[in-house]
Design a binder for this molecule. Sequence first.
Ligand SMILES: *[C@@H]1O[C@H](CO)[C@@H](O)[C@H](O)[C@H]1NC(C)=O
Ligand SMILES: *[C@@H]1O[C@H](CO)[C@@H](O)[C@H](O)[C@H]1NC(C)=O
Ligand SMILES: *[C@@H]1O[C@H](CO)[C@@H](O)[C@H](O)[C@H]1NC(C)=O
Ligand SMILES: *[C@@H]1O[C@H](CO)[C@@H](O)[C@H](O)[C@H]1NC(C)=O
Ligand SMILES: *[C@@H]1O[C@H](CO)[C@@H](O)[C@H](O)[C@H]1NC(C)=O
Ligand SMILES: *[C@@H]1O[C@H](CO)[C@@H](O)[C@H](O)[C@H]1NC(C)=O
Length: 441
Amino acid sequence: MAFFLLLSALFALFTYGSVLAISDRFSDASRSITSKPFKLQESWAQYSPYFPVEEYSDPPKRCRVIQANIIQRHGARYPTSGASAMIVTALSKLMSATNYTDPSLQFLKSYTYSLGTDDLVPFGARESQQAGKLHFSRYSSLVNHRQLPFVRASGSERVILSATNWTAGFSIASSHVYNPKLSVILSEDLNDTLDDSMCPNAGSSSSQTSEWLLTYGPPIADRLNKQAPGANVTSTDVYSLLSLCPFESVSFDTPSPFCNLFSNAEFRQFEYSGDLDKYYNTGYGQPLGPVQGVGYINELLARLTGKPVRDNTQTNRTLDASPITFPLNRTIYADFSHDNQMIAIYTAMGLFRQAAAPDPTLPNPRRNWLASHLVPFSARMVTEKVLCGRKEYVRVFVNDALQPLEFCGAGKDGLCELGAFVKSQAYARNNGNGDFNKCFD
Ligand SMILES: *[C@@H]1O[C@H](CO)[C@@H](O)[C@H](O)[C@H]1NC(C)=O
Ligand SMILES: *[C@@H]1O[C@H](CO)[C@@H](O)[C@H](O)[C@H]1NC(C)=O
Ligand SMILES: *[C@@H]1O[C@H](CO)[C@@H](O)[C@H](O)[C@H]1NC(C)=O
Ligand SMILES: *[C@@H]1O[C@H](CO)[C@@H](O)[C@H](O)[C@H]1NC(C)=O
Ligand SMILES: *[C@@H]1O[C@H](CO)[C@@H](O)[C@H](O)[C@H]1NC(C)=O
Ligand SMILES: *[C@@H]1O[C@H](CO)[C@@H](O)[C@H](O)[C@H]1NC(C)=O
């Protein structure tokens, strides 16, 4: 309840506060990139708070869900230590100005930066707890005293705390009747299917994001340097200052004054930076991106088919061979992970294929590769096993949006026969067709 109140207060403030102020000043820029009206907090790319992209739909009447495989990103966090250092640099420049010629900057006269680094913020913990409540209510028919969710987490603190906040939410929603536990923590220094740290030769997205930054950043830097004479901010600083809008808003549960420094159009440019980053870092634009999702897909196939894991990539074979650490007889599996790893998993599976690679200088206004829809804080992919009559099927949801699964012949109901789905996952079943070896040699 408290979560709902805080969340609706946050959204009400955004809707009636800064968003209106921004769109009043820049009303010509308030056209939407999708058919939906512009919402500031949905333009923050991977830093958007969780929101369902569509409304979840039950399977057709003749069918019922018999297994749910959840993989979820940690909830909202502070900036990473690297991002934090860049934010501090940008702020010190902006605050070194002798005066401000624009009222939106006046708050800086008495401003102190106070965000932590890396950790889950209280709002992020609630996002995860809320997910646990939702998943209990959605899948309560799969739960009984012998059947509790089997939960794993990648070994960074914010991911572990997201997992335990999810189990707490699950427990609360069941009036403490069902109390799942976090069973396995996978070290991020070892074999880990829930993190993208095992492919040393994989490249990064920096050339594409830099190209885009040099496209949209300079005019914003020029404006800020007029509004804050002597600040000398660069395009790189502009990115850091834009990022303070989401980071401060999720950290303090209230819209940050940095949100008022930029227009809706500029936040869309910020969003595109995240879209490019995800596409070229571990997505289709990174030759060694999708292979990093193969280990999880092979674990998923094992759970769906009830057969031992067959994988020669990132799995820990010792853990996955044991019914204690990798049982195959559960109805709900919940794994906790990171955004870049989830992108690798989506692309290993074949979701969100793009007709053309995103252009680093020219966003396609009709693209569906939107980081805010793919990996917002607390993002989740759920692969359901569904029984219709005597036949088994698979459906996949990403942030409650039913995926088309055209690659295994799904129709409008998104259902693929289990066998066809398994067959479609040849890239994973073949250990990435040799790509995993390229991670090392
Ligand atoms: C702001 O500072 C600049 C540079 O120090 C100065 O030229 C300008 O007159 C000042 N403007 C106001 C409004 O004080
Ligand atoms: C799953 O298998 C393990 C042994 O491998 C057994 O102890 C447990 O009771 C089984 N759980 C269910 C729900 O069947
Ligand atoms: C939820 O996450 C917060 C961190 O924001 C942590 O302090 C708290 O202990 C977690 N709660 C549970 C039940 O894990
Ligand atoms: C596999 O998991 C076991 C049990 O946690 C651990 O002792 C071992 O170091 C792991 N090995 C690798 C390579 O990840
Ligand atoms: C800003 O840049 C100009 C030109 O590069 C330089 O002359 C000036 O000293 C810089 N100001 C500050 C405060 O760094
Ligand atoms: C960890 O992964 C590497 C690379 O696939 C593999 O050679 C090794 O056997 C794995 N270790 C364990 C314990 O599964």
